[in-house]
Design a binder for this molecule. Structure first.
Ligand code: ADP
Ligand code: MG
Length: 391
């Protein structure tokens, strides 16, 4: 069960730098999620851990030992790919047992007939049968063992692919977007199954996804990547509550964190449409700031009741909750003109309010729920816990 350390790990394809000086440690037993948009280098990183892709520079350590040049087999990893390919002519049982059978009969690879006979005999070996049935039970495939892949649903096939990768009892699990081919309901179900598997086996998981919900629900820690660079390494709570920069703030959360560029004059915050209000908590230094607040931390109030006048632009009713997209408006202009750019500020409230589009409203917040960013660097500016309002 290795602890993985990356020291200035870099990867280039020709002159195209895909991973640039990646530094991180993945601890033993962690469920580490690599989260980032498509093309940011997640799969490349995973392939380097597995030994399927060469490291251009830097070091990869397994429990402190340099593993850059280790053969994939030496690393004891199970790799689950996004596009799983099952053998259509084999039963679920034979598909799952396949890696065990092949491990035992490597030397017959080049003799197809001997290989086929040996494989059939090995399938009956008590050890292989027991291990196959054990992993099948864990993934609730035991009643499907004698079926062929064509007669299974997408989710069941995905579970067979997982079982096949996991049957070897690896020390490190690498999963590359294993759920992206599934429909929403199955994805939710598989998320909890994979989390349960992690608890059961207690080994290190490195899970790649571009889906922030998967990251938030499954990870013990998340590494957020963009363009081959680490943006933040933190727990899901840390990433959500204290995003390191505006990229992370926008990438995690649906709808994402509201980011409003403001100019600070004393305690007053002004937006680009001349709307301004008094902030009642600690403020960071600097004049050009980005005011960040999560949609569930905003209060949605009647016109005139909150500090930020607004107008309803979008109402999304989700049943248990409603997401309302508002335009911040300038009260100087009667609240209907001079809208701030085209950005909407989203508020998330529970229940199903009667709100209508174009209705005038106002928004407000508690000072301690605001996250500040530097408008120039886009990085978070830490501010001490807000003191109560000084009036
Ligand atoms: P992700 O998994 O985050 O979507 P990848 O790691 O697959 O991203 O790819 C990162 C970047 O590396 C992409 O720009 C991709 O085009 C490039 N890339 C990946 N594999 C190769 C390769 N074999 N040759 C050249 N470029 C590659
Ligand atoms: Mg990928």
């Amino acid at each position: 069960m290795p602890e993985l350390t990356f020291k200035n790990l870099s990867k280039s394809f020709g002159s195209h730098v895909v991973i640039d000086a990646f530094n991180a440690t993945i601890e033993d037993g962690e469920f580490l999620v690599l989260l980032g948009p498509s093309g940011c280098g997640k799969s490349t990183l995973l392939r380097m851990i597995a030994g399927l892709s060469e490291i251009t520079s830097g070091e990869l350590l397994f429990d402190g030992d340099r593993a850059n040049d280790w053969h994939p087999r030496q690393r004891g990893v199970a790799f689950v790919f996004q596009s799983y390919a099952l053998y259509p002519h084999m039963t679920v049982r034979a598909n799952i047992a396949f890696p065990l059978v092949m491990d035992a009969f490597k030397k017959w690879y080049h003799l197809p007939i001997v290989n086929a006979v040996a494989r059939r005999r090995l399938m009956k070996s008590p050890d292989i049968a027991a291990r196959t049935e054990n992993i099948a039970r864990q993934l609730e495939l035991d009643s499907l063992l004698d079926r062929r892949p064509a007669s299974l649903s997408g989710g069941q096939r995905q579970r067979v692919a997982l079982a096949r990768a996991l049957v070897r009892n690896p020390s490190l699990y690498l999963l590359d977007e294993p759920l992206s081919n599934l429909d929403a309901k199955l994805r939710t179900q598989m998320r909890s199954e994979i989390s349960a598997l992690h608890h059961k086996v207690g080994k290190t998981f490195v899970y790649v996804t571009h889906d922030q919900v998967e990251a938030m629900t499954m990870a013990t820690r998340i590494i957020v990547m963009n363009k081959g660079e680490v943006q933040q390494i933190d727990t899901p709570e840390g990433i959500y509550n204290n995003p390191a920069n505006t990229f992370v703030a926008r990438f995690v959360g649906a709808p994402p964190m509201n980011l409003v560029p403001v100019t600070r004059k004393g305690r007053r915050l002004a937006t680009s449409n001349a709307q301004a209000w008094n902030h009642d908590g600690e403020l960071p230094d600097g004049e050009r700031l980005i005011f960040g607040v999560r949609p569930e931390k905003l209060q949605f109030l009647a016109w005139g009741q909150g500090r930020m006048p607004a107008q309803v632009a979008v109402v999304e009713r989700l049943g248990a909750e409603t997401v309302i997209g508002c335009r911040l408006v300038s009260d100087e202009h009667g609240g209907t003109t001079n809208l701030v750019e085209n950005d909407l500020v989203f508020v998330r409230i529970s229940g199903n309010p009667r709100t209508k589009i174009n209705e005038q409203c106002s928004l407000d917040y508690h000072a301690e729920d605001v996250v500040w960013f530097d408008a120039h660097t886009q990085t978070r500016i830490p501010v001490r816990a807000a003191a109560p309002a000084l009036v």
